[in-house]
Design a protein around this ligand. Structure first.
Ligand SMILES: [Zn+2]
Length: 244
């Protein structure tokens, strides 16, 4: 096994592990440690390089997908990070004698856990309670925040503010029904505002065009000129938003 580097015409360097095998063809594999190339024992490096150059787009796409799906799972404990409107909040778990709503105090989300005492137990045993409370809080913020944004952009579009509900869909960020109801994934509240604004404008534009035609995208652009960047950012952020 040898560590080699594939250098693309644009200067991008992709390190890979080269494993020579008794085989006739070149095999590519994306693993946790990156690109692994299985090559015939006798192939010259320049020949191998030519084949890899041809497969460069495939390799990059796969490597990017792998990187994106490698999000560590959320751990609901004291000190954990929570994304909120593109900022990082820290969970602060506080033992309380009575039930209390979570509170945002500067960059900390205080979550109060009713417990008989024993501080040490808080961190291990109450994960499910912390998760439930934090997600409930995120959903409440989502409802408030999205409603305000929808009002602003509906006015800009010159339509009445449509009714909003939150969705829990795994694969969609928003939808607009033929009756004109807008559903937005509550997980978007974790994203920076420009992404939320884009998704809202996208769904509002469907009030005018119930399709993804050129007219539709022109409407999106009028409402939200920088939509292409936001769409790209949303795609890149998607695995992170699905951590909760
Ligand atoms: Zn759409």
């Amino acid at each position: 096994m040898a560590l080699e580097t594939l250098i693309l015409p644009d200067g991008t360097q992709i390190p890979y592990q080269l494993e020579r095998r008794a085989r006739r063809t070149i095999g590519l594999k994306i693993t946790e440690s990156g690109l692994v190339v299985h090559a015939p024992r006798r192939i010259f490096l320049f020949e191998l390089n030519r084949v890899l150059q041809e497969k460069a787009q495939w390799i990059i796409t796969k490597l990017e997908a792998r990187m994106q799906s490698a999000q560590p799972p959320m751990v609901w404990t004291h000190g954990a990070d929570l994304h909120y409107l593109g900022n990082l909040l820290t969970l602060e778990i506080i033992a309380a004698s009575s039930a209390k709503k979570p509170q945002l105090v500067q960059e900390k989300l205080h979550i109060h856990i009713k417990t008989a005492g024993l501080e040490a137990n808080i961190h291990a045993e109450f994960e499910a309670v912390i998760e439930r409370k934090a997600i409930q809080w995120l959903k409440q913020q989502a409802q408030l925040d999205f409603s305000r944004r929808i009002q602003v952009f509906a006015a800009k579009l010159g339509v009445r503010t449509p009714p909003l509900s939150l969705s829990n869909a795994r694969a969609r960020w928003g939808s607009c029904s033929s009756r004109g109801d807008i559903r937005l994934n509550w997980r978007l509240i974790q994203a920076p505002p420009h992404i939320i604004n884009y998704v809202i404008c996208h769904e509002l534009a469907h009030l005018k065009h119930m399709n993804h035609s050129g007219h539709f995208w022109a409407q999106v652009e009028t409402l939200y000129p920088d939509y292409k960047r936001a769409e790209k950012d949303l795609k890149a952020l998607s695995p992170l938003l699905h951590r909760v």
